[in-house]
Ligand binder design. Structure first.
Ligand SMILES: [Zn+2]
Length: 307
């Protein structure tokens, strides 16, 4: 399937300070690995365009945008929460990160390609409607899903989140919107300690104990995601692709390996082929061992091409 990789050099300028795990190096490692392995020759490369205020407003209230804009420093840092800082380049990077998902949605619908991986930062899935948190400023995947419904007339979309942390922000935004199925697998108990026990027909939570390995992860995903996807029949699939459930990630305690990301990508692609004419938009969320994340991202995008 024709696949795009969307990125922008300004996403590397977002910097939350020395030693912060959500570092520019994460994106540099992915771009370098895609070049070295020649994967980049097999994909369509696109430069990300910024999101518009109108597009952000579908997922966040005006007050949230104003808070972010007014907090943006001319120099140094501003702390949105203890984990999440703005530097002078952060708002521009956040606009490009969210915009890339909107752009992928539009370009897929224009027939340019069927699948896209947005290699961008900051991540987004912890950002709730009115709260930036957990390294996330705007919830790009939510903005993208809202755009698909508002602009392209979809009645049902799905967001699949295999980051090691629960996608609390995405759940917060769609908890009362049955048109959006949100499936999230996550280490539990673990950050962000929110919405992990919410009960809604369109929210599928898959908590995983610390130490969970491939076999259990795969069984849990098949048990929880496949029936939900069959029932929802999403017309487009969005993916919050965090690679921090890998056993060599420094922040978390699950024990996945590279082949698990190829496996879950195959499962997602098969669902997209069955229900969504192959359409998948994936965005980088977490993953804090840059070299490991780069290998996992490579396997993820390579499966987009083949399955
Ligand atoms: Zn994460």
């Amino acid at each position: 399937m024709k696949t795009a990789v969307i990125s922008h050099s300004d996403c590397i300028l977002h910097d939350m300070g020395n030693g912060h795990p959500e570092s520019p190096e994460r994106l540099r490692a992915i771009e370098q690995h895609f070049q070295e392995t020649c994967l980049i020759q097999d994909v369509v490369e696109r430069e990300a365009k910024p999101v518009t205020r109108e597009q952000i407003l579908r997922a966040h209230p005006e007050s949230h945008i104003e808070h972010v804009l007014q907090s943006s420093p001319e120099q140094g840092f501003f702390e949105l929460d203890p984990d999440t800082r703005l530097c002078p380049h952060s708002v521009s990077a956040a606009n490009l990160a969210a915009g890339s998902i909107v752009q992928a949605t539009d370009e897929i619908m224009a027939g340019d390609y069927q699948r896209a991986f947005c290699a961008v930062r900051p991540p987004g899935h912890h950002a709730e409607a009115d709260t930036s948190m957990g390294f996330c400023i705007y919830n790009g995947i939510a903005i993208g899903a809202c755009h698909a419904i508002a602009e392209h007339g979809f009645e049902r979309v799905a967001i699949l989140d295999f980051d090691v942390h629960h996608g609390n922000g995405t759940v917060d935004i769609f908890k009362d919107d049955p048109s959006v199925l949100v499936c999230s697998s996550f280490q539990h108990p673990f950050y962000p300690y929110k919405y992990f026990d919410i009960e809604r027909p369109n929210i599928v939570n898959t908590p995983l104990e610390s130490g969970t390995k491939s076999d259990h992860f795969r069984r849990a995903i098949e048990r929880d995601w496949l029936p939900a996807l069959l029932q929802h029949q999403p017309q487009m699939i969005f993916v919050s692709a965090g690679f921090d459930a890998h056993r060599d990630d420094p922040l978390a305690g699950l024990n996945l390996v590279e082949s698990d990301y190829a496996w879950v990508t195959d499962l997602i692609c098969h669902a997209a082929n069955d229900y969504a004419q192959g359409r998948v938009v994936s965005v980088l969320e977490g993953g804090y061992n840059p070299q490991v994340s780069a290998r996992c991202a490579l396997d993820h995008v390579a499966r987009f091409l083949d399955s």
